[in-house]
Design a protein around this ligand. Structure first.
Ligand SMILES: *[C@@H]1O[C@H](CO)[C@@H](O)[C@H](O)[C@H]1NC(C)=O
Ligand SMILES: *[C@@H]1O[C@H](CO)[C@@H](O)[C@H](O)[C@H]1NC(C)=O
Ligand SMILES: *[C@@H]1O[C@H](CO)[C@@H](O)[C@H](O)[C@H]1NC(C)=O
Ligand SMILES: *[C@@H]1O[C@H](CO)[C@@H](O)[C@H](O)[C@H]1NC(C)=O
Ligand SMILES: *[C@@H]1O[C@H](CO)[C@@H](O)[C@H](O)[C@H]1NC(C)=O
Ligand SMILES: *[C@@H]1O[C@H](CO)[C@@H](O)[C@H](O)[C@H]1NC(C)=O
Ligand SMILES: *[C@@H]1O[C@H](CO)[C@@H](O)[C@H](O)[C@H]1NC(C)=O
Length: 660
């Protein structure tokens, strides 16, 4: 409880009436906001891509490896114990990008032989159309059988015969594709995928076959080939985002100077994607590549903010000034790949050849990621001295319409050159967010800032980055995020937009616990955190013009009611508010100049339980965030009168539009 709110309570006790906070919103003044608002950010952090939103069900589908994470047979077992599985680097691999494959050799040339994949902590199996494929090499005169089975009981939930290529098979790799429609739903997600064949019909000398790129997808969002999980994309839809920043995040930088995110190795057929040594302790498939990210943006109607590699690795090494040429060209090529003419540009042609002749539009590019952090201070110095200026100049020349964003912000000590913007990533305690409420008020317009990542991470008084990170987003933390966002929206002419990070958390493998959406193989575990509800509500009502608010008690003293007001694009009036550090509900009288008595507005209030540390536990599925929407009517003097509970977030929007 704040001493201030105690003082306020004392006053109320003396006056004996619950004195409302009277606010009056002007219809003039204010500022037009930047064109985008709330967004999403993604990188494949701890299996939120592979094993997360990327819908592939087979783990280690192509035995991809690197120096850091050597190729292996993890997730694969033989159907029969006496069958030998071995990892082979064949003289004739499936492709240059996928040099390793699995050799499956039964102990006798009879009976069934095959291999089993246990997925990313299981697989969701239900009666629906799965699409799969695999490649095999070796003379085989029989057919294959693919199936989905319970890992616990062995029960076959669905199976399908896949015709072999008989005499044609031999030295060449042969691709097989199939559909599989299980009759039964698995109980839970502990299910496996199996490929089997007849040992006696294998005509190779040692009776073995080689396999690679074994893939299986459930139905995907908008039925995209190589697409994304439906339930997770639907959850993201509900966040009402307007922009999408990718591919990171640390993933863009990579662990070392050799292992950055190479966009040119994330495009084209899966067999041409080598994958990368991910920065979250596993080999990434890069099946979720540049084009998949753009389609993701398209499918959710999001403006892309493309992060381009800027020559800094997480180990602190950075590209020397004299070597920057290729880094710059590589970034320009990436944008040409996305936006270039399909007939006249080199990379536009490549895109067209992959089936995407229509150029995408890219209006925002971020140069690097958190360049103030890795290898500090030398890494940051190199960014300020030459990495950023050189890349900025090159972009201004070739793509003058693109808004360039530097990966550090003015708050990290970056001087933002004219025309550019910065990126600010506050991970804070709730009190830090609330106390910094005025932070953006003094920001000047030439310091345009993206809030590219943000979250309440530690409890008040929490110490150390790793010290006592909260295990889940919690109610008071989420309310403080709302106050932070309101502080940004008040300065919507200077703040490009804001996004929570990380948005997705795989419940089987995480350490960084903050998230909007919790998930696992079983869609029943897909749950929305307290922060999801707060960000979704604020994003649903977009202010396109801020409006001055007059609080008669003099200079606005926001504690304990924090607010912003404005108008939507169509002219409806919007008021967003949050109550923090109060023990009592806060009564509000809210007037909008030009909005008459009898006008109607929808008022949505999010509140939580008494415990400010309450969380949305994915394993119980209980949502502690109470959401109530009602229609309120402007009374006598045109004021909307309502009361906001302690620790709450609210949005009021008039049903009609009014002239500004
Ligand atoms: C909230 O109240 C506590 C307890 O009085 C105080 O320590 C803290 O600074 C207050 N936080 C804010 C943001 O005012
Ligand atoms: C708000 O206005 C009402 C009358 O409409 C008045 O009674 C009340 O004192 C005002 N509150 C404050 C804090 O000035
Ligand atoms: C509009 O922007 C100016 C300059 O940044 C600022 O002084 C003013 O407070 C802003 N108005 C509103 C309503 O946010
Ligand atoms: C699936 O079930 C098997 C057999 O009971 C068990 O060994 C395995 O740990 C389970 N896997 C998951 C992801 O629950
Ligand atoms: C991708 O581009 C990088 C940088 O130019 C290059 O080193 C790499 O070999 C390219 N990959 C492929 C497969 O061409
Ligand atoms: C913003 O930019 C101006 C000029 O570039 C600079 O002087 C000012 O201190 C910067 N910082 C903030 C927080 O606005
Ligand atoms: C990702 O998961 C791995 C394994 O659980 C862990 O070692 C690593 O610290 C995690 N990283 C993050 C950022 O969560």
């Amino acid at each position: 409880m704040a001493s201030l709110s105690r003082a306020l309570l004392g006053l109320l006790a003396i006056s004996g009436v619950s004195s409302a906070i009277n606010l009056s919103v002007a219809s003039k003044g204010g500022n037009v906001t930047t064109p985008i608002a709330y967004g999403l950010m993604h990188e494949d952090i701890n299996n939120s891509g592979d094993g997360g939103i990327y819908a592939e069900l087979i783990a280690n589908r192509a035995f991809q490896g690197s120096e850091k994470f050597p190729s292996n047979l993890d997730h694969w077992t033989p159907v029969n114990k006496d069958t030998a599985l071995s990892l082979k680097k064949l003289e004739k691999p499936l492709s240059k990008a996928l040099p390793y494959s699995v050799n499956v050799k039964p102990s006798q040339k009879k009976g069934k032989v095959g291999l089993v994949n246990d997925g990313f902590w299981g697989m969701d199996v239900r009666p629906q159309k799965y699409k799969g494929g695999f490649w095999y090499k070796g003379a085989y005169e029989g057919d294959f059988e693919v199936s989905l089975r319970s890992a616990i009981t062995g029960e076959v939930l669905g199976k399908k015969k896949v015709k072999g290529d008989g005499k044609k098979s031999g030295d060449e790799w042969i691709e097989k594709k199939f559909d599989l429609w299980p009759e039964k739903k698995g109980r839970g997600s502990n299910n496996t995928f199996v490929i089997e064949w007849d040992a006696e019909k294998v005509k190779t000398d040692d009776g073995s076959l080689d396999l690679n790129l074994i893939s299986l997808f459930p139905p995907t969002y908008k039925n995209r080939e190589n697409g994304l999980r439906v339930d997770l994309m639907k959850a993201l839809e509900g966040l009402h985002g307007t922009f999408f920043r990718f591919p990171g995040g640390n993933m863009l930088e990579g662990n070392t100077l050799d292992t950055y995110w190479k966009w040119n190795e994330t495009i084209g057929p899966l067999k041409d994607r080598p994958g990368m040594a991910g920065v979250w302790e596993y080999q990434q498939t890069l099946g979720l590549g540049l084009i998949e990210y753009m389609l993701w943006a398209d499918d959710l109607n999001l403006t892309p903010i493309v992060g381009v590699y800027a020559g800094l690795a997480l180990d602190g090494n950075f590209v020397k000034k004299e070597d920057m040429g290729w880094v710059i060209q590589y970034a320009l090529d990436e944008i040409e790949f996305l936006t270039g003419d399909p007939k006249t540009t080199k990379w536009g042609k490549v895109r067209a050849s992959l089936g995407y002749p229509k150029p995408w539009t890219v209006n925002y590019v971020e140069i690097g990621n958190e360049d103030w952090l890795a290898g500090r201070p030398a890494g940051f110095d190199s960014y300020k001295e030459y990495r950023f200026p050189m890349m900025y100049e090159a972009f201004k020349k070739k793509y003058p319409h693109i808004q360039i964003i530097a990966s550090p912000s003015v708050f990290d000590g970056m001087v933002i050159p004219e025309g550019a913007a910065g990126d600010y990533h506050p991970y804070r305690t709730p009190d830090e967010f609330v106390k910094g409420f005025n932070r953006f008020d003094s920001l000047t317009r030439d310091n345009l800032t993206l809030i590219g990542e943000a979250a309440s991470t530690h409890p008040n008084g929490g110490i150390g980055w790793d010290g006592n990170l909260m295990p889940f987003p919690w109610w008071a933390g989420s309310v403080a995020e709302a106050i932070f966002l309101i502080s940004a929206e008040r300065n919507g002419d200077k703040i490009i937009g804001a996004t929570y990070a990380p948005g997705l958390r795989n419940m089987n493998r995480w350490q960084w616990s903050m998230t909007q959406i919790q998930h696992a193989a079983d869609p029943a575990l897909t749950t929305l955190s307290t922060s999801y509800h707060v960000w979704a509500l604020l994003a649903k009502h977009i202010i396109r013009r801020t409006l001055p608010v007059d609080a008669p008690s003099g200079a606005p003293n926001f504690n304990p009611l924090y607010y912003v007001a404005g108008a939507s694009a169509k002219g409806s009036r919007i008021f967003k508010a949050s109550v923090y550090n109060s023990t009592e509900p806060i009564p509000v009288n809210l007037k909008f100049e030009g909005v008459p008595k009898g006008a109607k507005a929808s008022l949505t209030v999010l509140s939580g339980p008494a415990d400010p540390y309450a969380i949305n536990d994915p394993f119980t599925g209980v949502n502690i965030v109470k959401e109530e929407t009602k229609i309120v009517k402007a009374g006598e003097k045109g004021a909307f009168t309502f009361s906001l509970p302690a620790l709450s977030v609210a949005v009021l929007e008039t049903l009609d539009s009014y002239k500004l």
